[in-house]
Design a protein around this ligand. Structure first.
Ligand SMILES: NC(=O)c1ccc[n+]([C@@H]2O[C@H](COP(=O)([O-])OP(=O)(O)OC[C@H]3O[C@@H](n4cnc5c(N)ncnc54)[C@H](OP(=O)(O)O)[C@@H]3O)[C@@H](O)[C@H]2O)c1
Length: 343
Protein backbone atom coordinates (compact mmCIF):
# COMPACT_ATOMS: atom_id res chain seq x y z
CA UNK A 1 0.00 0.00 0.00
CA UNK A 2 1.30 3.45 -0.79
CA UNK A 3 1.85 5.72 2.13
CA UNK A 4 -1.07 8.11 2.35
CA UNK A 5 0.69 11.44 2.36
CA UNK A 6 0.05 14.25 4.79
CA UNK A 7 -0.63 17.31 2.65
CA UNK A 8 1.91 19.38 4.52
CA UNK A 9 3.53 19.34 7.89
CA UNK A 10 2.74 23.05 8.11
CA UNK A 11 -0.97 22.22 8.30
CA UNK A 12 -0.28 20.41 11.54
CA UNK A 13 1.81 23.08 13.18
CA UNK A 14 -0.49 25.88 12.00
CA UNK A 15 -3.49 24.09 13.52
CA UNK A 16 -2.04 23.04 16.86
CA UNK A 17 -3.94 20.09 18.24
CA UNK A 18 -5.57 19.29 14.88
CA UNK A 19 -4.45 16.12 13.10
CA UNK A 20 -2.67 16.65 9.76
CA UNK A 21 -4.91 16.50 6.71
CA UNK A 22 -4.09 13.39 4.72
CA UNK A 23 -4.36 13.00 0.98
CA UNK A 24 -5.78 9.96 -0.77
CA UNK A 25 -5.06 9.78 -4.49
CA UNK A 26 -7.64 7.93 -6.54
CA UNK A 27 -7.42 6.69 -10.14
CA UNK A 28 -10.73 6.31 -11.92
CA UNK A 29 -10.84 3.72 -14.69
CA UNK A 30 -13.97 4.34 -16.78
CA UNK A 31 -16.01 7.52 -17.13
CA UNK A 32 -19.23 5.99 -18.46
CA UNK A 33 -22.59 5.60 -16.70
CA UNK A 34 -21.07 4.71 -13.32
CA UNK A 35 -17.63 6.38 -13.55
CA UNK A 36 -19.09 9.82 -14.37
CA UNK A 37 -21.54 9.36 -11.48
CA UNK A 38 -18.63 8.64 -9.11
CA UNK A 39 -16.82 11.76 -10.34
CA UNK A 40 -19.96 13.87 -9.71
CA UNK A 41 -20.49 12.52 -6.19
CA UNK A 42 -16.82 12.96 -5.26
CA UNK A 43 -16.86 16.56 -6.49
CA UNK A 44 -19.93 17.18 -4.36
CA UNK A 45 -18.70 15.34 -1.24
CA UNK A 46 -15.00 16.20 -1.23
CA UNK A 47 -15.23 19.05 1.29
CA UNK A 48 -17.46 16.99 3.59
CA UNK A 49 -15.05 14.02 3.53
CA UNK A 50 -12.13 16.36 4.26
CA UNK A 51 -13.95 17.72 7.30
CA UNK A 52 -15.33 14.42 8.54
CA UNK A 53 -12.42 12.04 7.92
CA UNK A 54 -9.47 14.45 7.74
CA UNK A 55 -8.69 13.07 4.28
CA UNK A 56 -8.54 15.01 1.05
CA UNK A 57 -9.63 12.78 -1.81
CA UNK A 58 -7.88 13.80 -4.98
CA UNK A 59 -8.67 12.19 -8.33
CA UNK A 60 -5.13 11.73 -9.67
CA UNK A 61 -6.17 10.45 -13.09
CA UNK A 62 -9.03 9.16 -15.23
CA UNK A 63 -8.63 6.47 -17.87
CA UNK A 64 -11.10 6.12 -20.75
CA UNK A 65 -11.00 4.30 -24.06
CA UNK A 66 -11.89 7.10 -26.46
CA UNK A 67 -10.51 10.56 -25.71
CA UNK A 68 -12.53 12.15 -28.53
CA UNK A 69 -15.97 10.86 -27.47
CA UNK A 70 -18.79 13.35 -26.84
CA UNK A 71 -19.96 13.08 -23.25
CA UNK A 72 -22.86 14.37 -21.19
CA UNK A 73 -20.44 14.91 -18.28
CA UNK A 74 -17.29 16.73 -19.43
CA UNK A 75 -13.97 15.02 -18.75
CA UNK A 76 -11.91 17.15 -16.37
CA UNK A 77 -8.98 18.67 -18.28
CA UNK A 78 -5.46 17.55 -17.46
CA UNK A 79 -6.43 14.31 -15.73
CA UNK A 80 -7.31 12.07 -18.62
CA UNK A 81 -5.43 9.30 -20.36
CA UNK A 82 -6.30 6.35 -22.56
CA UNK A 83 -3.22 4.44 -21.45
CA UNK A 84 -4.04 2.09 -18.57
CA UNK A 85 -0.40 1.78 -17.46
CA UNK A 86 -0.16 5.58 -16.91
CA UNK A 87 -2.27 5.07 -13.80
CA UNK A 88 -1.63 1.46 -12.72
CA UNK A 89 2.14 2.19 -12.70
CA UNK A 90 1.77 5.55 -10.95
CA UNK A 91 3.19 5.07 -7.45
CA UNK A 92 1.41 8.15 -6.13
CA UNK A 93 -2.01 6.50 -6.61
CA UNK A 94 -3.44 4.92 -3.44
CA UNK A 95 -6.80 3.65 -4.71
CA UNK A 96 -7.88 2.26 -8.08
CA UNK A 97 -11.58 2.40 -8.93
CA UNK A 98 -12.21 0.00 -11.81
CA UNK A 99 -15.39 0.83 -13.75
CA UNK A 100 -14.58 -0.17 -17.32
CA UNK A 101 -16.56 -3.43 -17.26
CA UNK A 102 -15.69 -6.47 -19.37
CA UNK A 103 -13.43 -9.26 -18.19
CA UNK A 104 -9.76 -9.42 -19.07
CA UNK A 105 -8.67 -5.76 -19.32
CA UNK A 106 -10.54 -5.04 -16.09
CA UNK A 107 -8.89 -8.05 -14.43
CA UNK A 108 -5.47 -6.76 -15.54
CA UNK A 109 -6.20 -3.36 -14.01
CA UNK A 110 -7.30 -4.94 -10.72
CA UNK A 111 -4.33 -7.31 -10.58
CA UNK A 112 -1.73 -4.66 -11.40
CA UNK A 113 -3.27 -2.36 -8.80
CA UNK A 114 -3.09 -5.08 -6.13
CA UNK A 115 0.45 -5.91 -7.25
CA UNK A 116 1.36 -2.24 -6.70
CA UNK A 117 -0.26 -2.41 -3.23
CA UNK A 118 -3.12 -0.09 -4.17
CA UNK A 119 -6.58 -0.51 -2.69
CA UNK A 120 -9.16 -1.57 -5.28
CA UNK A 121 -12.85 -0.72 -5.62
CA UNK A 122 -14.78 -2.33 -8.47
CA UNK A 123 -18.36 -2.85 -9.62
CA UNK A 124 -17.35 -5.65 -11.96
CA UNK A 125 -19.41 -8.75 -11.20
CA UNK A 126 -18.20 -10.44 -14.38
CA UNK A 127 -14.62 -10.46 -13.11
CA UNK A 128 -15.61 -11.18 -9.50
CA UNK A 129 -17.85 -14.12 -10.37
CA UNK A 130 -14.81 -15.85 -11.91
CA UNK A 131 -12.01 -14.62 -9.68
CA UNK A 132 -13.35 -13.50 -6.31
CA UNK A 133 -11.57 -15.94 -3.92
CA UNK A 134 -8.23 -15.55 -5.71
CA UNK A 135 -8.44 -11.73 -5.80
CA UNK A 136 -9.42 -11.57 -2.12
CA UNK A 137 -6.46 -13.75 -1.17
CA UNK A 138 -4.19 -11.59 -3.29
CA UNK A 139 -5.47 -8.37 -1.67
CA UNK A 140 -4.99 -9.89 1.80
CA UNK A 141 -1.43 -10.92 0.97
CA UNK A 142 -0.66 -7.43 -0.31
CA UNK A 143 -2.18 -5.84 2.81
CA UNK A 144 -4.72 -3.79 0.84
CA UNK A 145 -8.52 -3.71 0.57
CA UNK A 146 -10.68 -5.02 -2.24
CA UNK A 147 -14.20 -3.57 -2.09
CA UNK A 148 -17.06 -4.32 -4.50
CA UNK A 149 -20.40 -3.24 -3.00
CA UNK A 150 -21.65 -1.86 -6.32
CA UNK A 151 -21.21 -5.21 -8.07
CA UNK A 152 -24.50 -6.56 -6.65
CA UNK A 153 -27.86 -4.74 -6.39
CA UNK A 154 -26.44 -1.27 -7.16
CA UNK A 155 -27.18 1.06 -4.25
CA UNK A 156 -28.53 -1.65 -1.91
CA UNK A 157 -25.90 -2.76 0.64
CA UNK A 158 -26.66 -6.48 0.34
CA UNK A 159 -23.10 -7.75 0.74
CA UNK A 160 -22.57 -5.76 3.94
CA UNK A 161 -25.90 -7.09 5.27
CA UNK A 162 -24.87 -10.69 4.52
CA UNK A 163 -21.46 -10.21 6.18
CA UNK A 164 -23.13 -8.78 9.29
CA UNK A 165 -25.82 -11.47 9.45
CA UNK A 166 -23.28 -14.23 9.06
CA UNK A 167 -21.43 -13.17 12.22
CA UNK A 168 -24.18 -14.28 14.60
CA UNK A 169 -26.53 -16.26 12.40
CA UNK A 170 -26.65 -18.73 9.53
CA UNK A 171 -27.96 -17.93 6.06
CA UNK A 172 -30.39 -20.56 4.82
CA UNK A 173 -31.38 -19.10 1.47
CA UNK A 174 -31.38 -16.06 -0.80
CA UNK A 175 -34.04 -15.13 -3.28
CA UNK A 176 -34.76 -11.98 -5.21
CA UNK A 177 -34.61 -9.62 -8.13
CA UNK A 178 -30.96 -8.67 -8.64
CA UNK A 179 -30.97 -7.29 -12.17
CA UNK A 180 -32.42 -3.78 -12.48
CA UNK A 181 -32.46 -3.59 -16.27
CA UNK A 182 -34.46 -6.77 -16.91
CA UNK A 183 -36.83 -5.76 -14.12
CA UNK A 184 -37.27 -2.40 -15.85
CA UNK A 185 -37.97 -4.15 -19.18
CA UNK A 186 -40.50 -6.55 -17.58
CA UNK A 187 -42.20 -3.64 -15.78
CA UNK A 188 -42.68 -1.70 -19.05
CA UNK A 189 -44.08 -4.84 -20.69
CA UNK A 190 -46.36 -5.59 -17.73
CA UNK A 191 -47.74 -2.06 -17.90
CA UNK A 192 -48.67 -2.93 -21.49
CA UNK A 193 -46.75 0.07 -22.76
CA UNK A 194 -44.18 -1.45 -25.09
CA UNK A 195 -42.92 -4.55 -26.88
CA UNK A 196 -39.82 -6.44 -25.72
CA UNK A 197 -37.57 -4.74 -28.29
CA UNK A 198 -38.87 -1.22 -27.51
CA UNK A 199 -38.39 -1.88 -23.78
CA UNK A 200 -34.75 -2.78 -24.47
CA UNK A 201 -34.23 0.52 -26.29
CA UNK A 202 -35.71 2.44 -23.33
CA UNK A 203 -33.60 0.53 -20.77
CA UNK A 204 -30.50 1.33 -22.82
CA UNK A 205 -31.40 5.03 -22.96
CA UNK A 206 -31.68 5.07 -19.17
CA UNK A 207 -28.17 3.56 -18.80
CA UNK A 208 -29.57 0.45 -17.10
CA UNK A 209 -28.33 -2.11 -19.61
CA UNK A 210 -24.76 -3.41 -19.77
CA UNK A 211 -22.69 -2.33 -22.80
CA UNK A 212 -23.54 -5.80 -24.15
CA UNK A 213 -27.31 -6.19 -23.38
CA UNK A 214 -27.05 -9.97 -23.93
CA UNK A 215 -25.47 -10.26 -20.48
CA UNK A 216 -28.60 -8.80 -18.89
CA UNK A 217 -31.37 -10.38 -20.96
CA UNK A 218 -29.78 -13.86 -20.96
CA UNK A 219 -29.75 -13.84 -17.14
CA UNK A 220 -25.93 -14.04 -17.08
CA UNK A 221 -25.57 -10.73 -15.24
CA UNK A 222 -27.96 -11.98 -12.54
CA UNK A 223 -26.02 -15.27 -12.42
CA UNK A 224 -22.73 -13.39 -11.91
CA UNK A 225 -24.30 -11.39 -9.08
CA UNK A 226 -25.66 -14.58 -7.54
CA UNK A 227 -22.13 -16.01 -7.61
CA UNK A 228 -20.87 -13.04 -5.56
CA UNK A 229 -23.89 -13.24 -3.22
CA UNK A 230 -23.40 -16.96 -2.70
CA UNK A 231 -19.78 -16.41 -1.73
CA UNK A 232 -20.86 -13.97 0.98
CA UNK A 233 -23.87 -15.97 2.17
CA UNK A 234 -22.40 -19.47 2.21
CA UNK A 235 -18.64 -18.89 1.87
CA UNK A 236 -18.82 -21.00 -1.26
CA UNK A 237 -17.65 -19.79 -4.65
CA UNK A 238 -19.82 -20.93 -7.55
CA UNK A 239 -18.64 -20.18 -11.06
CA UNK A 240 -21.39 -18.73 -13.31
CA UNK A 241 -21.33 -22.05 -15.23
CA UNK A 242 -22.40 -23.84 -12.01
CA UNK A 243 -25.55 -21.70 -11.77
CA UNK A 244 -28.58 -22.79 -13.78
CA UNK A 245 -29.27 -19.64 -15.79
CA UNK A 246 -32.19 -18.61 -17.96
CA UNK A 247 -33.08 -15.07 -19.02
CA UNK A 248 -35.98 -13.08 -20.38
CA UNK A 249 -35.27 -13.46 -24.10
CA UNK A 250 -38.26 -15.74 -24.67
CA UNK A 251 -40.69 -13.37 -22.92
CA UNK A 252 -43.20 -11.79 -25.28
CA UNK A 253 -45.98 -9.24 -24.69
CA UNK A 254 -48.45 -12.13 -25.15
CA UNK A 255 -46.82 -14.16 -22.32
CA UNK A 256 -46.80 -11.13 -20.01
CA UNK A 257 -50.45 -10.47 -20.83
CA UNK A 258 -51.45 -14.12 -20.27
CA UNK A 259 -49.73 -14.10 -16.86
CA UNK A 260 -51.52 -10.87 -16.00
CA UNK A 261 -54.91 -12.35 -16.86
CA UNK A 262 -54.10 -15.22 -14.44
CA UNK A 263 -53.32 -12.71 -11.66
CA UNK A 264 -49.55 -13.19 -12.04
CA UNK A 265 -46.52 -11.01 -12.71
CA UNK A 266 -43.41 -12.31 -14.52
CA UNK A 267 -40.13 -11.60 -12.73
CA UNK A 268 -36.52 -12.71 -13.23
CA UNK A 269 -35.68 -14.39 -9.94
CA UNK A 270 -32.25 -15.40 -8.63
CA UNK A 271 -32.17 -17.91 -5.79
CA UNK A 272 -29.64 -19.92 -3.82
CA UNK A 273 -29.93 -22.28 -0.88
CA UNK A 274 -27.98 -24.99 0.88
CA UNK A 275 -29.30 -28.52 0.41
CA UNK A 276 -29.99 -29.81 3.93
CA UNK A 277 -28.85 -33.36 3.21
CA UNK A 278 -25.83 -32.89 0.98
CA UNK A 279 -24.74 -29.40 2.08
CA UNK A 280 -24.46 -28.53 -1.61
CA UNK A 281 -25.33 -24.98 -2.70
CA UNK A 282 -28.07 -24.93 -5.33
CA UNK A 283 -28.33 -21.73 -7.34
CA UNK A 284 -30.44 -20.67 -10.29
CA UNK A 285 -31.76 -17.71 -12.27
CA UNK A 286 -34.99 -17.81 -14.27
CA UNK A 287 -38.34 -16.20 -14.95
CA UNK A 288 -41.11 -17.03 -12.46
CA UNK A 289 -44.81 -16.15 -12.52
CA UNK A 290 -45.49 -14.65 -9.08
CA UNK A 291 -48.83 -13.90 -7.54
CA UNK A 292 -49.59 -10.20 -8.05
CA UNK A 293 -49.74 -9.75 -4.25
CA UNK A 294 -46.17 -11.07 -3.80
CA UNK A 295 -43.63 -8.56 -2.47
CA UNK A 296 -41.42 -9.05 -5.51
CA UNK A 297 -44.39 -8.36 -7.81
CA UNK A 298 -44.36 -4.83 -6.37
CA UNK A 299 -40.65 -4.44 -7.08
CA UNK A 300 -40.90 -2.35 -10.23
CA UNK A 301 -38.67 -0.52 -12.71
CA UNK A 302 -34.93 -0.71 -11.96
CA UNK A 303 -35.50 -1.62 -8.32
CA UNK A 304 -33.99 -4.74 -6.77
CA UNK A 305 -35.25 -6.77 -3.81
CA UNK A 306 -33.47 -9.54 -1.95
CA UNK A 307 -34.99 -11.79 0.67
CA UNK A 308 -32.46 -13.39 3.01
CA UNK A 309 -33.69 -16.30 5.12
CA UNK A 310 -31.62 -16.80 8.26
CA UNK A 311 -31.79 -19.51 10.90
CA UNK A 312 -32.26 -17.19 13.89
CA UNK A 313 -33.41 -13.79 12.65
CA UNK A 314 -35.87 -15.26 10.11
CA UNK A 315 -36.55 -13.42 6.86
CA UNK A 316 -34.93 -10.07 6.04
CA UNK A 317 -35.80 -7.97 3.01
CA UNK A 318 -33.52 -5.47 1.28
CA UNK A 319 -34.92 -3.16 -1.38
CA UNK A 320 -33.63 -0.27 -3.50
CA UNK A 321 -32.34 0.92 -6.85
CA UNK A 322 -30.24 -1.75 -8.54
CA UNK A 323 -28.98 0.15 -11.58
CA UNK A 324 -28.29 3.61 -12.95
CA UNK A 325 -25.53 6.16 -12.72
CA UNK A 326 -25.91 7.76 -9.29
CA UNK A 327 -27.39 4.79 -7.36
CA UNK A 328 -24.50 2.57 -8.48
CA UNK A 329 -21.95 5.36 -8.01
CA UNK A 330 -23.25 5.88 -4.48
CA UNK A 331 -22.32 2.25 -3.66
CA UNK A 332 -18.83 2.82 -5.10
CA UNK A 333 -18.43 5.92 -2.94
CA UNK A 334 -19.69 3.99 0.12
CA UNK A 335 -16.73 1.63 -0.43
CA UNK A 336 -14.41 4.62 -0.49
CA UNK A 337 -15.95 5.80 2.78
CA UNK A 338 -15.35 2.37 4.30
CA UNK A 339 -11.73 2.72 3.27
CA UNK A 340 -11.53 6.20 4.82
CA UNK A 341 -12.86 4.77 8.09
CA UNK A 342 -10.06 2.22 8.11
CA UNK A 343 -7.23 4.68 7.45
N1 LIG B 1 -24.66 0.87 -15.44
C1 LIG B 1 -25.15 0.35 -14.31
O1 LIG B 1 -26.29 0.62 -13.91
C2 LIG B 1 -24.31 -0.59 -13.51
C3 LIG B 1 -24.84 -1.11 -12.30
C4 LIG B 1 -24.05 -1.96 -11.51
C5 LIG B 1 -22.76 -2.28 -11.92
N2 LIG B 1 -22.28 -1.79 -13.11
C6 LIG B 1 -20.91 -2.17 -13.49
O2 LIG B 1 -20.11 -0.99 -13.52
C7 LIG B 1 -19.09 -1.13 -14.51
C8 LIG B 1 -19.15 0.07 -15.47
O3 LIG B 1 -20.42 0.06 -16.10
P1 LIG B 1 -20.94 1.34 -16.93
O4 LIG B 1 -22.39 1.12 -17.11
O5 LIG B 1 -20.46 2.61 -16.31
O6 LIG B 1 -20.17 1.11 -18.32
P2 LIG B 1 -20.05 2.17 -19.54
O7 LIG B 1 -21.06 3.22 -19.42
O8 LIG B 1 -19.99 1.33 -20.77
O9 LIG B 1 -18.62 2.85 -19.30
C9 LIG B 1 -17.43 2.15 -19.44
C10 LIG B 1 -16.28 3.13 -19.34
O10 LIG B 1 -15.05 2.42 -19.38
C11 LIG B 1 -14.23 2.96 -20.39
N3 LIG B 1 -13.46 1.86 -20.97
C12 LIG B 1 -13.93 0.73 -21.55
N4 LIG B 1 -12.89 -0.03 -21.97
C13 LIG B 1 -11.77 0.62 -21.62
C14 LIG B 1 -10.38 0.38 -21.80
N5 LIG B 1 -9.94 -0.72 -22.40
N6 LIG B 1 -9.49 1.27 -21.33
C15 LIG B 1 -9.91 2.41 -20.74
N7 LIG B 1 -11.22 2.73 -20.54
C16 LIG B 1 -12.13 1.84 -20.98
C17 LIG B 1 -15.15 3.60 -21.40
O11 LIG B 1 -14.43 4.60 -22.10
P3 LIG B 1 -15.15 5.56 -23.18
O12 LIG B 1 -16.04 6.45 -22.33
O13 LIG B 1 -14.05 6.30 -23.82
O14 LIG B 1 -15.93 4.66 -24.09
C18 LIG B 1 -16.24 4.15 -20.47
O15 LIG B 1 -15.86 5.42 -19.97
C19 LIG B 1 -19.33 -2.49 -15.17
O16 LIG B 1 -18.51 -3.45 -14.56
C20 LIG B 1 -20.79 -2.78 -14.87
O17 LIG B 1 -21.08 -4.16 -14.84
C21 LIG B 1 -23.02 -0.96 -13.89
Amino acid sequence: MNTITAISSQTKSANRGMPALKKLRVALFGFGVVGSGVWNILEHKRAEFRKRFGVDIEVGGICVKNLEKERSVALPAGLVTNNIADLTQDNSIDVVIELIGGRYEALDIIESALEGRKHVITANKLVLSHELPRLRTRADRQGVNLFYSASVCGSVPVLRALDELLIGDEILSLRGIVNGSTNYILTLMDDGLVSYSDAIVQAKEKGFLEADPTLDVSGQDAGQKLSVLTYHAFRKHLLPSEIITNGIEAITSEKVQAAKEAGKVLKLIASASRDRKTGEILASVGVEALDKTHLFAHTRDEFNALEIQTRHAGPQLLYGKGAGSLPTASAVVSDLVELLREL
